[in-house]
Design a binder for this molecule. Structure first.
Ligand SMILES: Cc1cc2nc3c(=O)[nH]c(=O)nc-3n(C[C@H](O)[C@H](O)[C@H](O)COP(=O)(O)OP(=O)(O)OC[C@H]3O[C@@H](n4cnc5c(N)ncnc54)[C@H](O)[C@@H]3O)c2cc1C
Length: 337
């Protein structure tokens, strides 16, 4: 009897103990805030999680760093069906390349991802605070901007729809696929004439559209004529296309020029304004100024990829991202000594 009672008592007490173990003790508010802050404290926050940002995240993840990648999911090449000129991924859809890259980076437990937009940035005594569109605030010792650039589309019917499909920015990325096709080139100023010369490498069927934006000298006209580049100086009205595949250029005077492809270098703006708000310097062309180690002009802030380089390729974004990741880790290690 006594033994039975003792056993029951034992079981009751054990169950009570187990319950107490599973019910969390209420945490004082101040401690709770501290713990939240710890959770939101990173070695590096990477703003932009496309090719450049992912490459940096991989280098940092492999260096055992705690990293947050904030990405709004709008890479500049999202309309392009196929990406070229990047070894091991030639001809793949850009989104396939980046989702494969993301899966690889996700293997590293130190790297966390947040889908959203970084909208605020402030320096503080520990490094930086980055705020997002939801009002959440994250803290890091260093910040890397891998935010890319935004191409500015002209106000011309059909242009934006064809962008990345049959209106192209770069012959190294897409020229091989449309070699010797009926090709147009639309440049914004006489300074871009070099781009027209470059295209003669890929096609002998080339027509230059100035859209009445500038005039060419007799000498320039003669050089183009010699290479059989026809010059069309009138204003364009619209691009006629089917699902982004260019068919004809319609001029304001109603003339039509059948084309398979139109190259069009575009002016751009930075995709993200935060580096400017943090005081980073820019080149005259509008790129973030960085040194060979991807450091911006503000201590603790790095930049990589399209936002800081004219060499606009996936390969270059990955290369500069890797460099930034490695150099950020090195800076952190040296500071910890
Ligand atoms: C139409 C087109 C076709 C191209 N084709 C090729 C090709 O065939 N081969 C090739 O090698 N290259 C190609 N390129 C170039 C290549 O796409 C770029 O060099 C490359 O995407 C640059 O990578 P990035 O990471 O620097 O920038 P992006 O890829 O542009 O990525 C920037 C990322 O940062 C995010 N971001 C920006 N601001 C914020 C913010 N405030 N908060 C959170 N996230 C933010 C964006 O949403 C985006 O995901 C092409 C470019 C274009 C425009």
């Amino acid at each position: 009897m006594n033994t039975l009672l003792r056993r029951r008592d034992f079981i009751r007490r054990s169950l009570l103990g187990m319950c107490l173990l599973t019910i969390p003790f209420p945490m004082p508010a101040a401690r709770k805030q501290e713990s939240m802050k710890e959770k939101m404290q990173y070695d590096v926050i990477i703003v932009g999680g496309s090719f450049a940002g992912l490459a940096a995240a991989m280098a940092l993840g492999r260096a055992l760093r705690k990293v947050l990648v904030i990405d709004s999911g709008l890479p500049c090449n999202r309309q392009t069906p196929q990406s070229h000129n990047f070894l091991t991924n030639d001809g793949m859809a850009p989104s396939d390349i980046s989702s494969r890259a993301r899966k690889e980076v996700e293997k590293y437990p130190g790297v966390q991802f947040l889908h959203g937009q970084a909208t605020q940035a402030h320096p503080n005594s520990q490094g930086f605070e980055i705020g997002t569109h939801t009002g959440a605030v994250y803290h890091a010792k260093k910040v890397l901007f891998a935010t890319g650039i935004r191409d500015l589309m002209p106000d011309m019917d059909g242009f934006a729809e064809c962008w990345g499909k049959s209106v192209l920015h770069c012959p190294y990325c897409h020229g091989y696929e449309v070699r010797n096709e009926k090709t147009g080139v639309l440049i914004n100023s006489v300074q871009e004439l070099e781009f027209v010369k470059l295209l003669t490498n890929w096609t002998t069927d080339l027509r230059l559209f100035t859209h009445a934006a500038f005039t060419l000298s007799d000498e320039q006209m003669a050089i183009l004529k010699q290479r059989k580049v026809e010059v069309v100086q009138e204003e364009m009205e619209k691009l006629l296309h089917t699902h982004g595949q260019l068919e004809e250029v319609l001029m304001k005077d109603q003339r039509r020029y059948p084309l398979r492809v139109l190259y069009a270098p575009r002016p751009f703006e930075q995709h993200c304004d935060l580096p400017r708000l943090l005081g980073c310097e820019f080149t005259d062309e509008g790129y973030l100024k960085t040194d060979a180690l991807q450091r911006s002009s503000v201590k603790g802030i790095y930049a990589c990829g399209d936002n800081s380089s004219r060499m606009r390729t996936v390969a270059n974004a990955v290369a500069t991202g890797t460099t930034a990741g490695m150099m950020l880790n090195k800076e952190l290690v040296l500071e910890e000594f």
